[in-house]
Design a protein around this ligand. Structure first.
Ligand SMILES: [Zn+2]
Length: 270
């Protein structure tokens, strides 16, 4: 696992090459490619998964494509977002069409029978969509032999898991969390978008916490509310503006989760 590349990047190294999950941000792409060279020499990149279109996870695609990658796997919606110029109102920002070589070239639709499976270097790699998660095309990548699930933006560890699509705004990632928890056992490590790996029980607790907070009708029900924090107004603001912000109660919960998470499962990091 490579941290500090924007979003987390996971590398599966096999004698015939590398499989990557996500490519980090464009700003850190040169560092990521440098790190791959340092650790794995000129090993070819056979497969790159994009868990979703956000630039913290696909910004490095151009650099990876320039280094050489055979297959970029993603949900079809991710390819569509990366293939067009669009404007996000709450960010007041235009996103540019991505270069053809950096776009996914192997995609699937929500209606396709899932999960999918491929073999890389003799290892099973299982993947599929997380519905009602973070975008309209979130993908998890499950490495059963390592008992690792890369969850992309559907799970956050170091910041409040604020939904970024109107479709998911009210669910606080509840659907995606439930699917992940269904795939995991007690010792599964779940790799979030940034931050340290999470254990499945930790994710389950976080999911409960998020659901409770997102549906809280009386601010006094939570500790932050008792301290005068306007949770209700806060969530309405979140739903309206879809902004990534910290809520005191979530911040506190997440701090506990980070403390509880299991360190030491990182293969490599910068
Ligand atoms: Zn994201």
């Amino acid at each position: 696992m490579v941290t500090g590349a924007g979003g987390n990047v996971v590398v599966l190294a096999k004698p015939e090459g590398l499989l990557l999950v996500d490519s980090g941000s464009a700003e850190r792409a040169a560092d990521l490619v440098g790190l791959l060279g340092q650790k794995f020499g000129a090993a070819p990149i056979g497969v790159l998964f994009n868990t979703h279109w956000h630039l913290e996870h696909t910004g490095g695609n151009d650099a990876i494509a320039a280094r050489g990658v055979k297959t970029i796997v993603a949900h079809e919606n991710t390819r569509l977002w990366m293939s067009t110029k669009f404007y996000v109102e709450w960010e007041d920002k235009y996103y540019q069409r991505r270069a053809p070589a950096s776009r996914p070239n192997k995609t699937f639709f929500t209606s396709d029978k899932q999960p999918f499976e491929l073999t890389f270097g003799g290892e099973r790699v299982v993947y599929g969509q997380l519905t009602e998660a973070h975008t309209d095309g979130d993908v998890y990548v499950h490495l059963p032999e390592h008992n690792v699930i890369v969850a992309g933006g559907a799970v956050t560890a170091a910041r409040y898991p604020c939904s970024t699509t109107s479709r998911a705004a009210g669910s606080a990632h509840g659907g995606g969390d439930a699917e992940l928890i269904g795939l995991a056992d007690a010792s599964t490590l779940i790799i979030p978008d940034v931050g340290p790996p999470q254990s499945a029980p930790t994710s389950k607790r976080r999911s409960r916490c998020c659901r409770r907070c997102a549906s809280a009708s009386k601010p006094s029900r939570c500790r932050a509310g008792r301290r005068g924090h306007d949770c209700r107004g806060y969530y309405e603001g979140v739903r309206r503006a879809l902004q990534r912000r910290f809520c005191t109660v979530h911040h506190q919960c997440l701090s506990e989760h980070v403390v509880e998470s299991t360190p030491g499962h990182r293969g490599i990091e910068d």
